[in-house]
Design a protein around this ligand. Sequence first.
Ligand code: F3S
Length: 429
Amino acid sequence: MKLTDSEQAMLNGREGKAKQKAMELLVRYGEALNCERFVDTTNVAGVPGYFAPVLLDYYKATGDDAYDIIYSRFDLDSDEVVEVPRMMVNSCALQGGVDAEGWQTLGKTADALRMSQSSEAASAGRGIKILKTCTPYLAGNVPKHGEHCAWMESSAVVYCNSVLGARTNTEGRESTSSAMLTGKIPDWGFHRDENRFASHHIQVEIDVESMMDWGMLGYFTGATVQERIPVLTGRFSRPDLIRHKHFGAAAASSGGVEMYHLEGITPEADTLDKALGSRKPLEVLTYGKAEQRRTYDELNSKASDPNVDFVMLGCPHAALEQLQEIARLLEGKRISGNCNLWVFTSRAVKSEADALGYTKIIRAAGGALLTDTCSSIAQAIPPGTKVAALDSAKQTHYLPAIMGIQGWFGSTTDCIAAALTGRWNGVRP
Ligand code: F3S
């Protein structure tokens, strides 16, 4: 790779051991991709110094120095333990596995909570913003159009590229933790203009309006184009943030979509021709009633028992408007004694929900509003759960497979009705 003088200085160790190790890792990463240079990144979202079950023993064994050890070995891939300094660029921490308030509801141990809090404190001390969410764009981190980012979390990556017009590949723990220290990331993939054009054209021939409609369209899109870039045209209403969030998350889980265009809506798709980079699409596909029904049936193929004992909402983490809707549907009611309701959001959005009284309403109905994680990431469901109801195509894709349960997919209203009655009565479109 061709390095600038300041990059070479970091690689030579002139800015300390940690930055040297980070640059070594990034150079290895760039060279593996035949990449010639770095771009400067000003916005990094990762999981710096997080513990996972496999790392827990390190924390237990090493006490106060654990952060440097974990960061050196698992974030910087360095056998030599280095002292981790303050981060160089705007950096934030994504979702983890423990909610500091709801850890008991999630079935986590006090030990796991203590480890998570010590890791957070160590990160915060180095300038990392502890957002603890898969929706950093709802918690104050909104990159600008064209800004080079280094983000993890597939649903956040697809939102960053497609809706915000910022630029990121789906990075990993090591590359984001190294980018936080150096402000550098290899210049490949979605950082480059030529890799941001659509290759597949999807013509939407039915009305797509609700969040559930957008989730199904996203799920179809991902399953169809896999990791390629689609441009969609046709009969959809202009989606709001929540619909984009559910569309992108679904497309990133049934396939590996990291960027999409909606003609006349997303920032790099003023016209179909512009989204395609004036090239012919490799394939033109249609999304009509038959495709929508097939997608709904596919999402519901893992469920047969109408007795629902768990409802999980907030994947990706719920926006304030979603919590408002959930509170409205629950106000003055009580969920079934046979059912649990967990709603996941970010700390930032929960504090707004607390102030607006939504949290109180959800709790009064017998539900829980949780933060920092979700059932799939924390691998946490209420004991004895057999059948879940979900309003997220992404969560429906993962949770039944991860936890070995049945999972119904439907609208938020269908799911709240299931929580209140303990029965699934979702309507096939
Ligand atoms: Fe977020 Fe969990 Fe869904 S981390 S995107 S709520 S799978």
